[in-house]
Design a protein around this ligand. Sequence first.
Ligand SMILES: C[S@@+](CC[C@H](N)C(=O)[O-])C[C@H]1O[C@@H](n2cnc3c(N)ncnc32)[C@H](O)[C@@H]1O
Length: 209
Amino acid sequence: MEIIRGKHASFIDEPALVERLAGYDAIHVDIGTGDGRFVAHLARACPNAFVIGIDACRENLRDVSRVAPENALFIIANAQGLPAALRSLASQVTINFPWGSLLEGLLANDPALLAGLRRVARPNTMLEVRLNGGALAEAGWSLEDGGSRVRDVLAENGFDVPPPIALRAGELKAIPTTWAKRLAFGRDPRALYLRAVRNVSTVSELERV
Ligand SMILES: C[S@@+](CC[C@H](N)C(=O)[O-])C[C@H]1O[C@@H](n2cnc3c(N)ncnc32)[C@H](O)[C@@H]1O
């Protein structure tokens, strides 16, 4: 799979990835990571965790990846085709303020995206999704209906998901991602937070599909 650090892109195979992850207590995967700021923040805040950021767009990752700590890794990949080497790795997954095909895939129950999420997450892995009103409106959904739809899709795919929680400017300001800040200080600071857990009982059943 292709990784990036600064301007330098290279490839890492599964054994090399396993070696890099050795000794860490937790592995956090952030999908649609954007400029990587969230990953770098988490990696510095939690030195015993290894944090992997994934995005389809390499240009945004250059600056933060160049100076990110050793326990952070940036992978260039499409969320609809998550690398097989990430199977059952994540103890925590985040998708913060998705747009484009990542958001559309969540709303449409895209089989490739959802199968990838299930593969990456271990049983009991927490999946946190933050959705913003503007991106949902562009995709043709109201904030409320979009949040319910993503909740239903995750539930169909083996996640236990309580109802979404509304995030306003104050809460958005406290989330260490670039988009959270943009939203918090923008014209429409409305977002939703979904906190799902990978359901142990459906793991083998869904993996047979
Ligand atoms: C609004 S930005 C949010 C970035 C970051 N999570 C944040 O909160 O600042 C959405 C990100 O999703 C990425 N994205 C959209 N579709 C994707 C896909 N199919 N696979 C991987 N990344 C995708 C975009 O490249 C973009 O960086």
